[in-house]
Design a protein around this ligand. Structure first.
Ligand SMILES: [Zn+2]
Ligand SMILES: [Zn+2]
Length: 261
């Protein structure tokens, strides 16, 4: 890895399903030769939404403090930034807006994790895929992604083709291309998320053909490991860069919600 690299999708134990102190993630980034990282833990949502998988509203200040402490500790050695992985779920936009205006975030990812009440990326509910028509599922999913892009709340779309996580790949692709048109038009970036390489689908988000389609629309990529443990920081970034550069794509980072690079 030659150019200065950032890992801009990282979690902390505050979300309830990650391990390792924030400073251990920063140390792992240093050890991996990265120039910086941006913590993007699962943001608080209204109490009725996905509560076990995210920090509570009254933990938000602690999250910011913890990231600030790591920033101070690694100052001059590693560029540590403060972000969030937000959820796009119709009806919660105003709540999300409130959280986003509460602190000066560097970078906000907008992710779709639910189709209605179904947390489709939760291994516990994977059987539901058998009850669904995949084409319809992807149509519904990408309609939500377009809603996320149009909301104006986010800098990037998280793990674009997430419903493929357990191997249920999109064989049609039209809805995805339409979503990419909207993402390009609204000026968002894509989270290039290497966690997919650690899942049954064994493919990063987005897939190579969607990486090409995004690059051809001028959509930039933000590298992220989606680490939930320190040893996942910077996971397969060489492969990620190859997939992006092979199709003429480029990577960027965000600071103060402004795009760099
Ligand atoms: Zn998570
Ligand atoms: Zn996510």
């Amino acid at each position: 890895m030659t150019a200065p690299l950032f890992d801009s999708h990282l979690h902390t134990p505050l979300c309830g399903h990650a391990t390792g102190a924030p400073r251990e993630y920063a140390q792992a980034a240093l050890d991996a030769g990265l120039a910086g990282l941006c913590f993007t833990d699962h943001m608080p949502m209204p109490t009725w939404y996905d509560a076990p998988w995210r920090m509570r509203a009254n933990q938000l200040a602690q999250y910011v403090e913890e990231v600030r402490a790591v920033q101070a500790e690694f100052s001059g050695r590693l560029d540590v930034r403060l972000g969030l992985e937000a959820d796009f779920h119709p009806g919660t936009e105003r709540f999300v807006e409130g959280v986003l205006s509460a602190y000066p975030w560097d970078y906000v990812i907008g992710s779709v994790h639910y189709l209605g009440a179904w947390g489709f990326d939760n291994p516990e509910y994977v059987a539901e895929y058998e009850a669904r028509d995949l084409r319809e599922l992807y149509g519904d999913y990408y309609a939500l992604v377009e809603g996320a892009a149009r909301s104006g709340l986010f800098d990037a779309i998280g793990h674009l083709d997430l419903p493929k996580k357990f191997g249920h790949v999109d064989t049609d692709g039209l809805a995805a291309l339409h979503a990419l048109d909207v993402i390009a038009e609204r000026g968002l970036a894509l989270d290039f998320n290497t966690a997919g390489w650690r899942k049954p689908v064994a493919e990063a988000y987005p897939a190579p053909d969607l990486t090409r389609a995004a690059a051809s629309r001028g959509i930039p990529f933000v590298l992220g490991s989606d680490a939930h443990r320190p040893d996942e920081v910077g996971h397969r970034f060489d492969d990620a860069l190859k997939q992006i550069h092979d199709v003429g794509g480029r990577t960027v980072t965000y600071q103060g919600r402004v795009r760099h690079g």
